[in-house]
Design a protein around this ligand. Structure first.
Ligand SMILES: Cc1cc2nc3c(=O)[nH]c(=O)nc-3n(C[C@H](O)[C@H](O)[C@H](O)COP(=O)(O)OP(=O)(O)OC[C@H]3O[C@@H](n4cnc5c(N)ncnc54)[C@H](O)[C@@H]3O)c2cc1C
Length: 434
């Protein structure tokens, strides 16, 4: 049988028994009950932007993309209720029309809302949190086909767990979000010596709203990105094309360099270094959701870990060292972000201010030894893997990293004791203790 489903990074695929796009909650419930009756696993899928094998199933794959409308708005409280399958780019535009926005976003906006919250998708900013933190209510179809509503006021124990739940508790069909007033950001991107960036970074994360940096392996070059809330009006951006997003990560030239790197890695890296050389600084103003998110046209596979903020630069130093020692040069920059502590049991930022370090390779590249070397460092520092990205940890190791692991397990046991929504990967990370 040919593979019918594959993810964005092209490192996951499967042939589900059925792929369904229901239109109503009754149809979702009927599919869940069918799965239970026929002993087929039922798995929710979003936009397939996770690199970890969260979605692959041989059972019934359910895509709630048809649940994509805003169904209720409370302007006074800045709260909206929306179908869980809405893509973030669509959500952001609709919120903007209402004069609202999400407080923080990640690098891209192609994910579904349900998919993004289920893995704790995040951007950067010490005073900010993941998208899951903006969730104040959920409607979930559980294993018996019932509609379960949970929120900050109702079924609170389930709600706390369900905000980051890897699709393990049921099919989320509706999400209520606490938004903020629409706002503009001033973006500043400074490409310069990485050691200079490291000196600026510590102060920048406490001063600016959203700070992150990129380092280009095997070079002394980095880019510091700072986004700050502003009352200025949007500026015309095209003459000052954002260097990193538009010229490096997203462009056709970078795709060609990566293809060339497969046959001549060192020569390809020399070309990349030339492209990177020279200090530059750009600045522009735009609506928050346009500044946060950019295009990623060059496909890659990623590992990302959250470590305690106090160790972030030390961990980065080790990652920099092992990366520079690799025989085969790495073309993708390493991305470093920060996030405030939250209280969502399975959030990688649970209970601690966190620094996130992400490493990437071009799609189809063998991950070892790079990812393994990086993961070893993360394990030394109590790193928690991003659920949507590549890692090799199992349930026992993860349980040690999450103080409220047992609370999540008790909700999982209550809502899906027989694992109807599970997959082999979820069995490894959530259902085994060895
Ligand atoms: C180019 C790129 C850039 C990225 N940038 C960032 C970033 O900046 N920050 C970051 O944190 N992550 C980032 N990611 C990771 C991505 O945000 C997450 O993996 C996210 O979960 C993907 O959302 P999705 O809609 O594709 O969900 P999928 O990958 O399809 O699914 C993810 C999980 O959500 C569950 N799920 C989906 N729909 C439902 C539903 N209706 N009910 C219950 N469970 C459901 C699935 O079962 C699965 O467990 C990036 C990924 C890519 C490919």
């Amino acid at each position: 049988m040919s593979d019918k489903w594959r993810n964005w990074g092209r490192n996951q695929k499967c042939s589900p028994d059925q792929f369904k796009t229901p239109n109503t909650s009754d149809e979702v419930a009927a599919l869940v009950c069918l799965g239970v009756a026929e002993r087929k696993k039922v798995r929710a899928v979003g936009a397939g932007h996770s690199f970890s094998p969260l979605c692959p199933t041989d059972g019934i794959m359910i895509d709630v993309g048809n649940f994509s409308s805003i169904t209720h708005v409370n302007q006074e409280r800045m709260q909206v209720t929306v179908g869980a399958g809405i893509r973030l780019f669509n959500l952001n535009k609709q919120l903007d029309l209402l004069g609202l926005a999400l407080p923080n976003l990640g690098d891209i906006d192609y994910q579904t809302l349900a998919g993004a919250i289920s893995t704790g998708t995040h951007g950067t900013g010490l005073g900010y949190h993941s998208i899951s933190e903006a969730v104040i209510g959920l409607k979930i179809i559980t294993g018996d086909g019932a509609v379960l509503e949970c929120s900050t006021e109702k079924n609170q124990r389930i709600f706390r767990a369900a905000r980051v739940s890897l699709g393990s508790l049921g099919i989320i069909i509706e999400v209520t979000l606490q938004c903020v007033s629409a706002f503009n950001l001033r973006a500043t991107e400074q490409t310069t010596n990485i050691d200079q960036i490291l000196e600026l970074f510590g102060e920048a994360i406490t001063r600016a709203d959203h700070t992150e940096f990129f380092w280009f392996p095997h070079t002394e070059i980095g880019t510091l990105k700072i986004n700050t809330k502003t009352l200025e009006t949007p500026s015309y951006r095209s003459p000052y094309k954002a260097f990193l997003s538009d010229e490096i990560i997203a462009n056709g030239g970078f795709e060609l360099i990566n293809r060339y790197a497969k046959i001549a890695p060192h020569r390809a890296h020399r070309i990349l270094r030339k492209q990177l050389s020279g200090d530059r600084k750009i600045s522009y103003v735009g609506p928050s959701y346009k500044v946060f998110c950019s295009k990623r046209r060059v496909r890659f596979v990623e590992m990302e870990y959250a470590v305690p903020l106090d160790h972030l630069l030390e961990v980065f130093g080790y990652v920099r060292k092992v990366t520079n020692q690799l025989d085969r040069p790495i073309t993708f920059p390493i991305e470093v972000r920060v996030l405030g502590a939250d209280d969502i049991p399975l959030s990688p930022a649970y209970g601690r201010d966190s620094g996130y370090i992400a490493v990437h390779v071009y799609r189809g590249t063998r991950l070892n030894p790079y990812f393994q070397l990086v993961e070893n460092i993360m394990n030394e520092f109590g790193g928690r893997p991003h659920w949507g990205k590549v890692h090799t940890l199992c349930g026992r190791e993860l349980a040690d990293l999450y103080p409220q692991w047992d609370d999540f397990q008790s909700v999982l046991e209550e809502l899906d004791p027989d694992g109807h929504f599970s997959t082999p990967y979820l069995d490894r990370i959530l259902r085994t203790s060895d």
